[in-house]
Design a binder for this molecule. Structure first.
Ligand SMILES: *Cc1c(COP(=O)(O)O)cnc(C)c1O
Length: 376
């Protein structure tokens, strides 16, 4: 497939027409939208009209959960939502809202110590699936990097005719996105997680999936999301995803070796550090740990002073300093919850930077380790 590199004309406003208008300026924007839709559809192995453009990954998750759960309940009366305790809040809070305001029941599948969901647990939770409105399981976790067996979970849903959504925001650009192989009916993604612009995302919705739009109004996006599309954002998103796909194999191999060096040189070398998430089924660019007797915040500040940007829990919640719901759900002991450290590697990272990080981390940890007071 030829990568689509888009046109800067959209970003600079030269294509000022409304994509829904008939006049020539509108048609130029519509063509940009159409090309972007085709590019993304091809990467997913989907049809163009199965792609719905949204304002971000959170909106895609919201639209999938509300849209499918409400439509399916209207059609069949099913009122149970099955998801996991390690989802992004865009999924968890939406499920909670559907429970509180719309009377759905929410079942949370267990995640094991490696942050993995088991197919048997999903099969058991679904039963014959008749009362299940929707199953939503994320493809890859943002805090601990674990990759779920989406294809297997999806086929269990398909056997029971239960719609299956996956939050693929962390996976897009890093893992295969073929919706046929994944057996998904809906998939969420967000451009800024794969070097695209901020404030734009998409939702794949398989043809025939029951769906009730959250935004109503005009007939944009096949009546699944009213409102004039963010054309420059969408054109940039498609270009960014095409670039990631074109170099995915080689870039992921490069990041995997950097990641393995980080994991190999920290676990064992620093006292009281432990890998979180699966050692095997994890994103190639992702290393995450818990450190005993240390506040991650202090480590992050130390790293930042050395020019290294790392994170503790989810970037979205770090300002509030609540313990991570993901680390809690996979059984990290309460006294270690403040010590979550996460490194996401990307295009700009070099092996020199990794060596620098490995050199400095033990010293920062030593400086900040809170020595417990001697027992009386
Ligand atoms: C970042 C993220 C989101 C939210 O995407 P936004 O575009 O920032 O709204 C949802 N799910 C996961 C797994 C994420 O990492």
């Amino acid at each position: 497939m030829e990568p689509y590199y888009g046109s800067t004309d959209f970003a600079h406003g030269a294509k000022y027409g409304n994509p829904s208008s008939i006049h020539h300026a509108g048609r130029a924007s519509y063509a940009g939208l159409n090309d972007a839709r085709r590019t993304i559809a091809e990467i997913l192995g989907a049809d163009s009209n199965e792609i719905v453009f949204t304002g971000c990954g959170s909106e895609s998750d919201n639209a999938a959960l509300r849209g499918i759960a409400l439509a399916r309940r209207k059609r069949s009366g099913a009122k149970r939502i099955i998801t996991t305790p390690i989802e992004h809040h865009a999924v968890l809070y939406t499920a909670e809202d559907l429970r509180e305001l719309f009377g759905f029941e929410v079942t949370l599948l267990p995640a094991d110590g490696d942050g993995l969901v088991q197919a048997d647990d999903l099969a058991e939770a679904m039963g014959d699936g008749d009362d299940v409105a929707l199953v939503s399981v994320m493809y890859a976790n943002n805090e601990i990097g674990s990759i779920q067996p989406i294809s297997e979970l999806g086929s269990l849903c398909r056997e029971r005719n239960v719609p299956f959504h996956t939050d693929a925001v962390q996976a897009a650009g890093k893992l295969p996105l073929s919706v046929k192989d994944l057996n998904v009916d809906a998939l969420s993604a967000s451009a800024h997680k794969f070097y695209g612009p901020k404030g734009v995302g998409f939702l794949y919705l398989r043809r025939g999936t029951p769906f009730h739009p959250s935004l109503t109004g005009g007939s944009h996006e096949g009546r699944r999301r009213a409102g004039t599309e963010n054309v420059p954002g969408i054109v940039g998103m498609a270009a960014a995803l095409a670039l990631c796909e074109a170099e995915r194999d080689s870039e992921m191999a490069r990041l995997r070796s950097l990641r393995d060096r980080i994991i190999g040189e920290t676990v064992g070398a620093i006292e009281g550090i432990r890998l979180t998430g699966s050692p095997t089924f994890r994103l190639d660019n992702h290393a995450s740990f818990v450190l005993r007797d240390v506040e991650a915040e202090a480590i992050l500040i130390g790293l930042d002073l050395a020019g290294i940007a790392a994170s503790s829990g989810s970037a979205c919640t770090s300002a509030r300093q609540r313990p991570s719901h993901v680390l809690e759900a996979i059984g990290v002991p309460a006294q270690d919850l403040a010590g979550g450290l996460r490194l996401s590697l990307g295009r700009s990272n070099t092996s020199e930077q990794i060596e620098e990080f490995l050199d400095i981390l033990p010293r920062i940890v030593d400086q900040h380790r809170q020595v417990p007071p001697p027992a009386l």
